[in-house]
Ligand binder design. Sequence first.
Ligand code: AMP
Ligand code: MN
Ligand code: MN
Ligand code: MN
Length: 292
Amino acid sequence: MPNSMANTNNTKHPTMTELYDLHCHSNASDGALSPTELVQRAQQQGVTRLALTDHDTVAGLAEAKTCAGQVGIDLIAGIELSTNWQKKCFHIVGLGIDPSYPPLAEATHYLQQTRLERAEKIALKLEQKRIPGALAAVKLAVGPGMITRSHFADFLLSQHHVDTQQEAFDRYLAKGKPAYVSTDWAELAVAVRWITEAGGVAVLAHPLRYKLSANWLKRLLTAFKDAGGLGIEVITSRMNPDEIRLIAGYAKHYGLAGSVGSDFHNAANPWVELGRLAPLPAHIQPVWELLG
Ligand code: AMP
Ligand code: MN
Ligand code: MN
Ligand code: MN
């Protein structure tokens, strides 16, 4: 059984150890590493099955797949879609998608435009705070990839307006702060449909990061399930045992399969590493059983 538990039952591979990480980012969105560097790092960390899940783009998947073949990692084609539900933003990971499925390809094209327009507005707001030059710098840094707020955070850091990425969000980029721009993402149910029709499994990403009350989280899970969502990240980086028990309980209650994903972006945070994850609780159905 993944993660990190010796597979003693499997007579074919008695010494094999599997390690899964089904959520991470390359520089096709806001990760620091190229898809190749990311897959190589995963292999060095002992990951055997990796899903690349960049924000609103599948652009890194082809390169990741090539490298994965070379280093012997099983690569799952993934994406992390930004969505709206009840006017709030939630992230839905799609696993096992066909990246060329036309509605999904159209959606990512549209989302790139949405993100560019948002970036222009964020840059204007920063200018009003006497911080010029953000748009050009961010565009240069991201190249053909998806512009995210993380790129603005890096810019603010490089210009010494803040001392950490977190401070950039806390002072400028987070909701309610001067450079925040609210965005119309796809509705959650629509995003789940894109993923499902592209042959993938829709997974609610990092359920505790939205800071929802228990009531709201239950409403969200009901809506997600009704929309055709099949999984939830029971294991993400930096969860304590109580949090894992809580989310595992919700997975059971709502009949959702469990996923495991570090949400690795870069090496700056020593607490977040590819494959460095607690095992999925034994009573939870693993989401990879649903993958074709
Ligand atoms: P975006 O999708 O462009 O709104 O950017 C969201 C990304 O910014 C997330 O995926 C995180 O990588 C990062 N992010 C969001 N909030 C924070 C925060 N408070 N501190 C650090 N990074 C954050
Ligand atoms: Mn991110
Ligand atoms: Mn996310
Ligand atoms: Mn992510």
